[in-house]
Design a protein around this ligand. Structure first.
Ligand SMILES: CC(C)(COP(=O)(O)OP(=O)(O)OC[C@H]1O[C@@H](n2cnc3c(N)ncnc32)[C@H](O)[C@@H]1OP(=O)(O)O)[C@@H](O)C(=O)NCCC(=O)NCCS
Length: 173
């Protein structure tokens, strides 16, 4: 198991991080391999997303290294009523900082924050060829729940998507 580089800090996102977070999201989306989108949303939308997470105490952690944001992990709550116990995970690490333990640290941190917010289920969607992400999710206890066929159309190609989820220990049986 790799531990994050010395000086790497995983912490909750702040309003002052919004521009850097959007740049990071845009860089990972622009790789066109891992996320459902190929660009970050406009700055105003990203700003609303982050401010809503902060205001509603929805977990959104960033990793900072040498004064720059190098990764994020966020949990977006599904809503009210019968889905209020569910959060949806999104995450990414800057390309040149992958494989050195930052993703694991971010994911552990948002899982912990999610349980503190009384969430009971964290779910996500991942492309089936995204081996690094799937390995990380499996290591931290996420289980495969199914495959959605041709669920994304990216660069003219249909792609399947795998559904995975982690349940709070209280409701695992
Ligand atoms: C998925 C991602 C967030 C993992 O972050 P990371 O910082 O590279 O991961 P870590 O260094 O913390 O590694 C944690 C575990 O992930 C898995 N992993 C990481 N890189 C891997 C690779 N190249 N091949 C296989 N498994 C890998 C391993 O299980 C690893 O555990 P180990 O160190 O005990 O072997 C990162 O690769 C990334 O940003 N990918 C692009 C964006 C993305 O895919 N987001 C998720 C969309 S669902």
């Amino acid at each position: 198991m790799t531990t994050p580089p010395a000086g790497c800090q995983v912490r909750p996102i702040r309003e002052a991080d919004i521009d850097s977070f959007r740049e990071l999201l845009d860089a990972v989306a622009s790789e066109r391999k891992f996320l459902g989108s190929t660009r970050a949303p406009p700055l105003a939308s990203v700003r609303d997303f982050v401010l809503e997470h902060i205001a509603r105490h929805q977990p959104q952690q960033v990793a900072e290294l040498e004064g720059e944001l190098v990764g994020w992990a966020d949990i977006t709550c599904r809503g009210e009523g019968a889905t209020r116990h569910i959060g949806t995970l999104g995450m990414g690490v800057r390309r040149d900082r992958r494989g050195c333990g930052i993703g694991r640290a971010l994911l552990l941190s948002v899982i912990d924050a999610s349980w503190q917010q009384q969430l009971k289920r964290i779910e996500l969607e991942v492309f089936p060829d995204n081996t690094p992400a799937i390995s990380l999710y499996e290591q931290l206890g996420f289980e495969h729940e199914g495959r959605m066929r041709k669920a994304r159309l990216l660069d003219g190609h249909y792609r399947d998507v795998c559904g995975m989820a982690l349940l709070h220990p209280d409701i695992r049986s």
